[in-house]
Design a binder for this molecule. Structure first.
Ligand code: FAD
Length: 507
């Protein structure tokens, strides 16, 4: 029999991104014993990649903003497919959670006059709403949560992969994982388990997502009998790099458009004005004074059409490319350098507000974004679908199993607004931690069925003990290719059926 070291916790958190860390902090502050497991090194979760900011109606930049407007924007952005209670809690609690981060030491950009947390424009948000730290907001979020959480006695198992959950009757009572470096198995017995494992974007070939995004939490929950919802809802972010090929898919933050970047086709035309849904606008307005064109959806709120929702902008880009108005490498142009016409210190402004974008394009594509346009196109970005959770407690349909962050579903409906993920992590991460701690206090210790544990270990070892067979990387590469081609932005019944057949073959 394979050796398996055992650890016992009240609450086990799987995942150390924004959601997992916030959940672990909350649970451990209720004086329960918390274990935290993550696939990569602590501090390296996908959340560090988040750039543009976190949405919270603090009204620091435009006083007309409040939680009701944020709620309405989130519902409209999600095509009203959202869980409305989650959208309400999110809009109401996000400002509290952002201020809490500030109290814990997060150093946000400030407004010039009043010195408040600065907020920037982002797609689908009626008012400037994204609290940010240049274009490195996720890094600051993780740094702050780690600094805060590390002193609370949370036990961490980094570079460990959870292979399966363990159940006693209906209830989840633990997980089995392995140490990625040493290959040793560990059993984590727990009274409550929180999944905070992120998304599934690595199932596609062109993706902005980190290597960790293989949908582990979705699969763990599904096999434990939990409901998954909205799994067809995948977000394709309109602006990923398209050239050179080796970096295709890497994200170009919406912050570029939030800071004034415009989209043009190969005729130099701002094509987004050609297709503005009625839902968003009544008229198009020129503002000669600022040399700037807006769509206008009421008397006061003006936003460029480049900041319509991501699903819509992605479809418009695809249309330009398909109809022959794309760039040499199959994208469109995104130009922020034009703001030099408006701002005397534009170069410095771009480097200060978008430092990562400046370096990313300079180093990877030899493009100076302060002087020339970027080539961009859609990239797989976010999984709206996931584990069905109760809005208040974040418990899944399986007792003792909770979920928060990108692996949970409901808040974003059919399409997530930019910035609503980071605020999702801190609002619902906190809730998951709180309710999981309560659950662990209300439910007695469990017993572990050793046969279940042995089976998980056998399944995990099977691919490495098998003689011959196909290389897993080749299978993953084929899966990614087919998902991209057959179940990407545009989906047709015949192609989806073809994809299903191929997936069963790969399985
Ligand atoms: P993650 O941060 O991905 O953490 C998942 C954790 O689960 C990791 O620690 C991982 O190791 C662990 N894990 C996974 N599987 C297992 C397993 N089997 N066993 C053990 N551990 C496991 N959103 C915004 O709101 N604003 C932005 O500006 C923004 N910018 C973005 C920029 C980029 C380039 C990308 C890719 C996304 C961006 N997003 C943004 C989206 C946002 O970053 C993510 O949705 C969010 O960080 C997800 O956080 P999470 O805590 O749910 O998961």
């Amino acid at each position: 029999m394979v050796q398996c070291e055992k650890f016992e916790y009240d609450v086990l958190v799987i995942g150390a991104g924004g959601a997992g860390l916030r959940a672990a902090i909350e649970a451990s502050s209720a004086n329960v014993k918390v274990g935290l497991v993550c696939k990569s090194l602590l501090g390296k979760a996908h959340t560090v990649m988040a750039e543009g900011g976190m949405a919270a109606a603090m009204a620091n930049v435009d006083q007309r903003d409040d939680w009701k407007v944020h709620f309405a924007d989130t519902m409209r952005g999600g095509q009203y497919n959202n869980n409305y209670r989650m959208a309400q809690l999110h809009a109401q609690e996000a400002p509290l959670r952002v201020r809490e981060l500030e109290e814990w030491g997060a150093v946000f950009d400030r407004t010039k006059d009043s010195g408040l947390i600065s907020q920037r424009n982002f797609g689908g948000h009626k008012f400037p709403r994204l609290a940010h730290v240049g274009d490195r907001t996720g890094l600051e979020l993780i740094r702050t949560l780690q600094d805060h959480g590390i002193h609370q006695g949370i036990e961490i198992h980094q570079e460990h992969t959870v292979a399966d959950l363990i159940k006693e009757g209906d209830r989840v009572v633990g997980a089995v994982g392995y140490d990625r470096e040493r290959g040793r198995f560990k059993l984590f017995q727990a009274k409550a388990v929180i999944l905070a494992t992120g998304g599934t974007g690595r199932a596609f070939k062109i993706s902005s997502n980190s290597w960790e995004y293989t949908g582990d939490g979705h699969a763990l929950a599904y096999h434990a009998g939990a409901d998954l919802i909205d799994m067809e809802c995948i977000q394709f972010h309109p602006t990923g790099m398209v050239w050179p090929l080796s970096v295709r898919g890497i994200l170009v933050t919406e912050g570029v458009r939030g800071e004034g970047g415009v989209l043009r086709n190969n005729e130099g035309k701002r094509f987004m004005f050609d297709d503005i849904p009625d839902l968003y606008t009544h008229q198009t307005a020129d503002n000669e004074e600022e040399g700037w064109r807006y769509t206008q959806n009421d008397r006061d709120a003006r936003r460029p059409p480049e900041l319509l929702t991501r699903d819509h902008v992605s479809r418009c880009i695809m249309r330009e490319v398909r109809e022959g108005r794309g760039t040499p490498h199959g994208g469109v142009f995104l130009d922020i350098s034009w703001i030099a016409e408006k701002l005397p210190n534009a170069e410095e402004h771009i480097k200060r507000k978008l430092p990562s974008m400046y370096h990313q394009f300079k180093q990877l594509a030899n493009v100076d974004i302060t002087k020339e346009p970027m080539e961009v196109g859609p990239t797989t970005h976010y999984t709206m679908g996931g584990i069905r959770v109760d809005a208040e407690s974040q418990m899944s349909t399986v007792p003792g199993l909770f979920a928060a962050g990108e692996c949970a579903a409901g808040l974003h409906g059919a399409n997530r607004l930019g910035g609503n993920s980071l605020s999702d992590l801190i609002v619902f991460g906190k809730r998951a931690g709180e309710y999981a701690a309560n659950f662990s206090q209300e439910h007695g210790p469990s017993t572990i069925n050793q046969t279940q544990v042995d089976e998980v270990i056998q399944r995990a070892l099977a691919p490495v003990e098998r003689e011959g067979g196909e290389l897993p990387y080749a299978i993953q590469a084929e899966l990614q290719e087919k998902m991209q081609d057959l179940v990407g932005i545009v989906r047709r019944e015949e192609e989806m059926q073809q994809a299903l057949d191929i997936i069963s073959e790969l399985k």
